[in-house]
Write a protein that binds this ligand. Structure first.
Ligand SMILES: C[S@@+](CC[C@H](N)C(=O)[O-])C[C@H]1O[C@@H](n2cnc3c(N)ncnc32)[C@H](O)[C@@H]1O
Length: 295
């Protein structure tokens, strides 16, 4: 059995190694995921002077977008991996966003007092936490009463051909074992209601979830391959097991398969994410203000 410490050690190594790919493909990744940030920010109800925590912030989203919307507020970007937060800090400087700070820490052991933040976000981080129950309790603890938690995860692989095309191509060369159901991987939180149940277990109210369509847009099948093979955690890990000729066959396979999404000089591959929102009840035990999404 893998301990939580071992899971975190693997995650640290994995994301330290992926940080260069995330920085290289920043604009393509951010365009793909922008609808998810927009949906999360809408439900978080960001005020001008919002005090916000972005957990597993990686290269900075949605925290940087929230900081831009809250000029009198402050956003703390946290992540397990310093290399990812270094990219976030560079992005913040390049965008002229000054009301942010970064802090390396674990999602399930947050170095903040109870009831510190008006809002908490976790975009595509939940699936990598070793103990999702403990992490959710921490996210709820640091929220002020009435504050909202909003996260996003990927739905099932079949709805996300932008990753499955590459994974199926890899499977033509090596056996890709299904990941352990409770181990960290992109699709671990895909089941409807999975994260919503964690929120309810942590005492959040007014919990709701909804799906958001995304599209990965690249200039060519070759660029699609380069981008996915350099930043998608599942693909990068599986590709490490192949020698150069096998990798080249996988590349050719993926490039041929993704061709069906090529139109007018672009490759547009769809995907679906799920957003989950909940509110911390106030002292009387009621959730103030509706997220508009009660399940
Ligand atoms: C897919 S990236 C998401 C980054 C960013 N939120 C975004 O949507 O662009 C997942 C991030 O989760 C972080 N992570 C993994 N395990 C973590 C943990 N236990 N605590 C905090 N962050 C963690 C990784 O370092 C990585 O930066």
């Amino acid at each position: 059995m893998t301990s939580s410490d071992e899971v975190r050690d693997v995650q640290r190594l994995t994301w330290a190694g992926l940080s260069a790919g995330w920085e290289k493909w920043d604009s393509v990744i951010m365009d793909q995921l922008a609808p998810v940030s927009a949906a999360m920010i809408e439900r978080l109800g960001v005020a001008e002077d919002h005090r916000h925590l972005d957990v597993a912030a990686g290269t900075g989203e949605p925290g940087l977008s929230i900081a831009r919307r809250s000029p009198a507020g402050r956003v703390v970007l946290t992540d397990l991996v310093p290399e990812m937060l270094d990219v976030a800090a560079r992005r913040a400087r390049a965008q002229g966003v000054v009301n942010v700070e970064t802090k390396v820490c674990r999602a399930d052991d947050l170095p903040f007092d109870d009831a510190t933040f008006d809002g908490v976000s976790v975009r595509f981080g939940y699936m990598f936490f070793p103990d999702v129950v403990k992490a959710t309790a921490e996210l709820a603890r640091v929220l002020k009463p009435g504050g909202r938690l909003c996260s996003s995860v990927w739905v099932r692989p079949e709805a996300n051909p932008w990753t499955t095309i590459v994974m199926q191509a890899i499977a033509t060369e090596v056996e890709v074992a299904p990941p352990a159901p409770d181990g960290p991987n992109m699709y671990r939180c895909a089941a409807p209601g999975f994260v919503a149940a964690l929120y309810e277990g942590a005492g959040l109210g007014d919990v709701g979830e909804w799906d958001v369509d995304v599209e990965l847009v690249t200039r060519s099948p070759g660029q699609y391959w380069e981008m996915v093979s350099e930043h998608v955690s599942l693909a990068v890990a599986a590709l490490k097991r192949l020698d150069e000729p096998a990798r080249e066959r996988v590349r050719a396979h993926a490039v041929a398969e993704v061709g069906v999404f090529e139109r007018d000089g672009e490759v547009r591959v769809p995907g679906v994410a799920r957003c989950i929102v909940g509110t911390k009840p106030d002292a009387s035990g009621t959730s103030r203000g509706s997220t508009g999404l009660v399940a």
